[in-house]
Write a protein that binds this ligand. Structure first.
Ligand code: AMP
Ligand code: MG
Length: 499
């Protein structure tokens, strides 16, 4: 079967943007083997999944046999990493392979990660290991199923080449990632830091055409782009917070203009609720702790705004005022998104001025009782339908939530009196569509990745993948995936950047 013919590439980034990337070829993999193929995503991209299986798929996704029309390039970018600026990062082990128009007419990047050294590799080996690439699959698919914008994995191919890491010798792999684009805050920073105003403008125009086409040709388009990017981040981070997702490395090179979550490295989901939760082994100061994420998003957007200043107005003071307006509006946009999400999670349909306090007091209860975040939200649904026992059982003191439950139930009753909800069961059904039953539990992810990486056993990964792809399902076979790890395990849980 000729897989090459199936891809209809249209590579605008490589073709239109001079000085933004360098043509580069993936390294050859000695013995490629396909570990994962995302058949539904392949279909969404207009590809024939059957043509991507087997040896042909393995060779393709390991980078040994590129499809016709691919124009692989390594993209250049900069970035603030943990607050310190690196003027040149770039794709050190990634390549943009090309762009496809999907079946809904959306342009999508196809990129490799782990495909070998590039001119931007610095000291790195350009490689990726099986475990971390399968993590990208699991978390990306989970996020997508949760309705959270995310880059997604199309395939993972083992290379047959060993990769040396602090933890030992690991099997190598290449991830094929699909993204709305790979334009990062750090991409703008690269050109701004060099004083290359012309390329900042070119990039801004390209980004507008790709992500905010309604702004093309409008006089205020650059302020519009900043605002649109900020609103996407406000919504994204609010969605993260409402499922307890901790990205772990919110460096400016890991923040997209598209508003998709990107780069699943030392990420984790909070279990016992703690706003200060940090799992990354390299985040010593807790810069990227759960509750810091909206603050960091704003900080990153301020860095983006700085790069756009020359485009925001002739007069510097005026440009600063325009930028500041957006950055100052961000907390309000974020708070509104967060509250809208929380209201749905609480089963409420109409806004009420007391909702913010109602949600905050609920979270304070979870924090005080070190209660599992995901389970607590999920068990609010039976409480809405009249059975609070499963929820109470999560608290060290089962009476702890009673006063709050009475307040919440009174609020629900008020809405019911307005004729919104027909029954507690109807409210519970709505809540079960927004409060997940299954998230990628940290210990389950580790277990699945260890089996795949250490023993070449993919079955735990495949079963977990199946579970996280239906997060709102209550099927009995999913029960094993809904339990948090023992508190002692979570307390010791550390995620590593050595991906
Ligand atoms: P990340 O922490 O994965 O977002 O990567 C930050 C920067 O380090 C990016 O420029 C990556 O391309 C680069 N990088 C990470 N791992 C490697 C590696 N093994 N080899 C070369 N570059 C790498
Ligand atoms: Mg990155």
């Amino acid at each position: 079967m000729d897989t090459a013919a199936a891809f209809r590439f249209d590579n605008t980034y490589a073709r239109e943007l001079e000085g933004f990337s360098v043509p580069w070829q993936p390294a050859a993999a000695p013995t490629p083997a396909l570990l994962f193929l995302n058949r539904s995503l392949a279909a969404e991209l207009g590809l024939d999944p059957a043509a991507l299986e087997g040896a042909a798929g393995a060779a393709l996704f390991a980078g040994n046999a590129l499809p016709e029309g691919a124009e692989p390039v390594a993209q250049v970018y900069a970035g603030h990493q943990f607050g310190g600026f690196s003027p040149q990062l770039g794709d050190g082990r990634a390549l943009l392979v090309g762009e496809l128009i999907d079946t809904r007419g959306q342009r999508r990047d196809l990129a490799f990660k782990g495909s070998g050294r590039t001119p931007f590799s610095r000291g790195g080996d350009g490689r990726a290991a099986v475990g971390p690439m399968l993590r990208e699959v699991l978390i990306g698919e989970a996020m997508h199923a949760l309705g959270i914008p995310s880059t997604r994995a199309l395939a993972v191919a083992a290379t047959g080449e060993p990769v040396l890491r602090d933890t030992g010798v690991l099997p190598g792999a290449v991830l094929t990632r699909v993204a709305a684009s790979h334009i990062r805050v750090g991409t703008f920073q690269f050109f701004a830091a060099r004083g290359d105003e012309a390329r900042v403008r070119t990039l801004a125009d390209y980004t507008i055409a790709r992500h905010d086409p309604a702004l093309v040709g409008t006089p205020d388009r650059y302020a519009g782009l900043l605002q649109a990017a900020a609103r996407r981040q406000a919504r994204l981070v609010a969605q993260w917070m409402n499922v307890g997702f901790i990205h772990g490395v919110m460096n400016t090179d890991n923040m997209t203009l598209s508003g998709e979550t990107i780069d699943y490295g030392p990420c984790a989901f909070v279990e016992a609720y703690d706003p200060g939760a940090v799992f990354s082994s390299i985040d010593h100061s807790g810069r990227y702790a759960l509750s810091n994420q909206p603050l960091i998003a704003r900080w990153n957007l301020a860095r983006l705004a700085e790069t756009l200043l020359p485009l925001l107005g002739e007069d510097a003071q005026d440009a600063i005022a325009r930028a500041t307006e957006v950055i100052d509006a961000f907390p309000g946009w974020y708070a509104a998104e967060l509250l809208e999400g929380r209201r749905a999670k609480l089963g409420l349909l109409r806004p009420d001025p007391a909702d913010e306090a109602l949600a905050a007091d609920w979270l304070a209860l979870l924090h005080a009782g070190a209660v599992d975040f995901t389970s607590a939200w999920r068990r609010l649904a039976p409480a809405a339908a009249g059975d609070a026992a499963p929820l109470r059982a999560l608290f060290p003191d089962p009476q702890a939530p009673d006063a709050w439950l009475a307040r919440w139930q009174a609020r629900c009753a008020e809405e019911d009196a307005l004729g919104d909800a027909r029954s507690g069961a109807e409210r519970a059904r709505r809540m079960n569509a927004v409060n997940p039953n299954v998230i990628p539990r940290n210990h389950r992810v580790e277990e699945a990745l260890a089996a795949a990486s250490d023993h070449a056993r993919l079955e735990p990964f495949e079963r977990l993948l199946d579970a996280v792809r239906r997060p709102f399902d209550d099927a009995p076979e999913l029960a094993a995936y809904t339990q948090p790890a023992a508190a002692a395990v979570t307390a010791r849980y550390r995620t590593f950047c050595g991906t």
